[in-house]
Design a protein around this ligand. Structure first.
Ligand SMILES: [Zn+2]
Length: 105
C-alpha cells in the first residue's frame, strides 16, 4: 500500500517536470507555486529553453541574468531574440525563488 502511494507521487512529479522542460512554464498561480518550491534560483534558466543555449555566453558563470554586465540573455532581449514577456516572467520567477531561498535559511 505504501509503495503504491510512493509510485503515484513520483509519476506526478516527473509529469510536471516534463511540462516545464518542454517549454511550458505554467503561469497558473497554483502550479507555478508548486514548481518553484523545488527550483533553485540558479537552475531556473533551465526552464526557459530559449535561454539555455545563450547562458554559456554570459561573462559571469553565476549570472542571474537580471542586472549583470555582459549578460547574453539581456543582450538577446535587447536584440529581440528573446521575447521580453518571457524575460519578464523569468525575472518575476527568479525573484520568487530568491525570496523562498531566503525564507528557508
Ligand atoms: Zn546572464
Amino acid at each position: 500500500m505504501t509503495d503504491l502511494g510512493r509510485g503515484r507521487h513520483t509519476t506526478t512529479t516527473s509529469c510536471l517536470l516534463k511540462w516545464a522542460f518542454g517549454g511550458y512554464v505554467v503561469d497558473t498561480p497554483g502550479i507555478r507555486q508548486f514548481e518553484l518550491t523545488r527550483v533553485p534560483s540558479q537552475e531556473l534558466e533551465a526552464y526557459f529553453k530559449e535561454f539555455v543555449g545563450l547562458v554559456p555566453n554570459c561573462r559571469f558563470p553565476s549570472c542571474s541574468h537580471t542586472h549583470e554586465a555582459d549578460c547574453a540573455i539581456l543582450a538577446a532581449v535587447e536584440n529581440g531574440d528573446i521575447d521580453p514577456a518571457r524575460y519578464e516572467s523569468y525575472c518575476r520567477m527568479y525573484q520568487e525563488c530568491v525570496e523562498k531561498e531566503k525564507n528557508r535559511t
